[in-house]
Design a protein around this ligand. Structure first.
Ligand code: HEM
Length: 419
């Protein structure tokens, strides 16, 4: 049979940092295959891309997460020993907890709060020369996420807490100062939330019964034991931090609106379907999550490639969302592609693939989409603004990416005619 291409570099760790989101895609194109071997961080790694690759990757008989996420990522983005690193029954049990906080009614509550807060921004912004949308969105989402989750947060804390949540995300592709900033942000945040978990448990702080704060504080593991307070805090942060991270997608939505203004007309309808098509295309087109890793559970062969127990395998999320076999003109921004789209659980994977109830796929996609739609509706219909000269470019190398300027808006006015 055909040989599986082996990338020739002695170690690709540096090339990964130099090529970022395109590291796997470039090699998939070079070798004409969606499966190749490389060396990363001194170990042999199999890289997978495309729908079939994603389907394989989410086969929990063949892959597990234990030992897959690097410590440096756990110490910044995820938190140590959290849901992302769990397998089997224990993972499923923990996943039910997360899924129970993300029902349609939870999504609606959160997106209604987001809309109210955006409305409240108008008066404040009208008094300012200009604002940076990314920063405004991060603060707003931090406030709303805490409110929705039941976590007490004072107005004067919002900015610093929002910066810490963002710094944890910003650290995931970093070495050096950006990594250390993320670590300090995580330590501060874990201490803060752990204190609140302890207060809820002792009764000094009240938590509403169906709030995420309550659910995390009193969750029992498979053995009927409460999580230790630090672990409960880490998992609650696994709900708060990614809500704040939706600010990246909101910023990319504003960029897309600016570049493709013809869609504004279609986005004028509250709850209209174009809000969804446009938001989905933002999640597909712009870079955010690059890859996900897992380890081979038992030896097997697939497409002539020997997967060896313990070997690291990484799945290309960005490349799969830009795969020309799955997407017509993948490098064009076309929300209409989501109209009547059939799709599978493995071909559109900005937040992972497969069934979120059974595997590691993100449980927060519904929340992400509803928050994006509410924010997009607001930007199109509730404010008028100018977009001054600024650097709107975004990198495909730096991970995570964002428009350089953070999207500056100027001369903001509420548009009174529409409510
Ligand atoms: C997992 C992306 C928003 C909570 C994931 C994964 C990705 C992802 C790529 C890993 C999938 C895998 O390991 O197979 C994103 C992106 C978001 C986002 C790009 C946009 C901001 C959210 C939101 C929440 C959330 C809003 C919660 C409110 C989680 C949790 C996991 C996860 C708890 C771990 C699931 C597990 O290991 O079973 N997300 N996510 N995410 N996400 Fe999200």
């Amino acid at each position: 049979g055909e040989q599986v291409p082996k990338d020739k570099s002695i170690d690709n760790s540096i090339t990964l940092i130099q090529e970022g989101y395109l590291f796997i895609k470039n090699r998939v194109e070079r070798y004409g295959t969606d499966l190749f071997e490389a060396r990363l961080l001194g170990q042999s790694v199999i890289c997978l891309s495309g729908e079939e690759g994603a389907k394989l990757f989410y086969d929990s008989e063949r892959f597990e997460r234990a030992g897959a996420a690097p410590k440096r990522v756990q110490k910044t983005l995820f938190g140590q020993n959290a849901i992302q690193t769990m397998d089997g029954e224990e993972h499923l049990h923990r996943k039910v907890l997360f899924m129970s906080m993300m029902t349609t009614s939870h999504q609606k509550q959160l997106s209604d709060l987001v809309m109210e807060e955006w409305d409240r921004c108008i008066g404040k912004w009208e008094k300012e020369d200009e604002i940076i949308l990314y920063h405004e969105a991060s603060k707003l989402l931090c406030k709303v996420a805490c409110d929705w989750a039941g976590v007490p947060l004072e107005e004067r804390e919002v900015k610093e807490r929002a910066e810490d949540f963002s710094a944890m995300v910003d650290a995931f592709g970093a070495i050096g100062p950006r990594h250390w900033k993320g670590r300090r942000a995580r330590t501060r945040t874990e201490e803060w939330i752990e204190g609140i978990i302890n207060d809820v448990r002792s009764g000094t702080e009240k938590a509403l019964k169906n709030s995420p704060l309550y659910a995390m504080a009193f969750h029992k593991d498979l053995h009927g034991r409460e999580l230790n307070a630090r672990m409960a805090a880490i998992e609650l942060i696994n709900v708060l931090r990614p809500i704040v991270a939706i600010s990246t997608f909101i910023t990319f939505s504003a960029l897309a609106l600016h570049k493709y203004p013809k869609y504004k007309e279609k986005l004028a309808l509250k709850n209209g379907e174009w809000l969804e098509y446009f938001s989905q295309e933002v999640r597909r087109y712009y870079p955010f999550g690059p890859f996900i890793g897992a380890r081979v559970k038992t030896d097997f062969t697939w497409k002539n490639c020997n997967f060896k127990k313990g070997q690291l395998v990484i799945l290309d999320m960005y490349g799969t969302n830009h795969d020309a076999r799955l997407w017509h003109q993948p490098e064009a921004f076309k929300p209409e592609r989501f109209k009547n789209r059939a799709g599978s659980l493995f071909d559109f994977i900005p937040q992972g693939g497969g069934d979120p109830e059974k595997g590691h796929r993100c449980p927060g996609e519904g929340i992400t989409l509803e928050v994006m739609k509410a924010s997009l509706y607001f930007l199109v219909n509730k404010v008028n603004y100018e977009v001054p000269e600024q650097d709107l470019s975004y990198s495909l190398v730096r991970m995570p990416s964002l428009p350089e300027s953070g999207f500056i808006m100027r001369s903001i006015k509420g548009s009174e005619q529409i409510q």
